[in-house]
Write a protein that binds this ligand. Structure first.
Ligand SMILES: Cc1cc2nc3c(=O)[nH]c(=O)nc-3n(C[C@H](O)[C@H](O)[C@H](O)COP(=O)(O)O)c2cc1C
Length: 251
């Protein structure tokens, strides 16, 4: 196993951080790695806002539903899908942009690139012995996050990422069986046995983690998460509309 694979396979999210800064040159290399990642047509539809001031990390800890690790980690990155630069290019050429960016495929492009960028940042940070945890809850108060970050139209905050030196070792979380996730040639729709097997493994894992309040198994957790009405991030449709991304928002 090479070093890159060994780092990737050791991943676990960290939610407790040492009171120790991330070195400037280390952060710079993480950001360089993010920029080097593949992207659509080299249009580069991602921006990263680096939040390091303590009072601002505290604001984001609150905005993201009281997540103390955001204030504790010395670095909080916010990954945005960003069509502002491509808007400027089109504007310079006298082209209309609203009807272009509001097509749903652009949201897929932006979200895909943000995912690639965040995954790259996680791998780069972990290669330096740093810990990370992605923060989807940056979309909890999405409109306030837009204001706090001074985002122009055509830029939306999709994910956050805490980075710092770990003050805990929570261990590696077991994943679904590989055959339930990776398929040869065609999708295998009969997953019941594999999911049952994973439910057993996952419930044993949860019982072994006294700090994890979740009970039950993976199926219980997934069904509970997606129970109707689904209302994790109710502000998102309006925020997307205000930022010019929602289908039909050009009207
Ligand atoms: C898109 C995304 C959003 C996430 N949002 C949060 C979050 O808001 N708060 C948090 O504590 N963890 C968050 N996580 C971390 C996941 O809970 C974690 O990655 C998952 O449970 C697997 O655990 P592991 O990373 O330790 O292997 C997020 C992860 C991803 C990929």
């Amino acid at each position: 196993m090479n070093e890159v694979i060994s780092t990737l396979l050791s991943h676990r999210s960290i939610r407790a951080y040492q009171d120790r800064p991330v070195e400037k040159e280390v952060l710079e290399q993480i950001l360089q790695a993010v920029q080097a990642a593949p992207n659509w047509v080299n249009l580069q539809h991602v921006s990263v806002i680096v939040v390091q001031e303590k009072e601002r990390r505290e604001i984001f800890a609150r905005l993201c539903g009281e997540q103390p690790h955001i204030a504790q980690a010395p670095v909080f990155l916010v990954f945005c899908a960003d069509f502002y630069r491509t808007y400027l290019a089109c504007k310079k050429k006298g082209q209309e942009f609203d009807s272009v960016v509001s097509q749903i495929d652009n949201l897929i492009v932006g979200a895909g690139e943000v995912g690639i960028a965040l995954g790259t940042a996680v791998a780069a940070a972990e290669s330096f012995g740093l810990g990370t945890v992605p923060i989807g809850d940056i979309r909890l108060h999405a409109k306030e996050a837009v204001k706090e970050l001074n985002l122009p139209k055509y830029v939306v905050p999709l994910l956050g990422l805490c980075i710092g030196y770990p003050a805990e070792d929570p261990g590696i979380k077991p994943r679904l069986p590989r055959e339930a996730v990776c398929f040869d040639e065609r999708y295998e729709q009969d997953l019941s046995n594999l999911l049952e097997k994973y439910d057993k493994e996952y419930s044993e894992y949860l019982l072994k983690r006294p700090w994890n309040s979740r009970v039950g198994n993976w199926t219980d957790m997934a069904a509970d998460f997606y129970k109707v009405p689904y209302e994790h991030y109710p502000e998102v449709p309006e925020m997307l509309k205000e930022q010019g991304f929602y289908p039909g928002s050009e009207g």
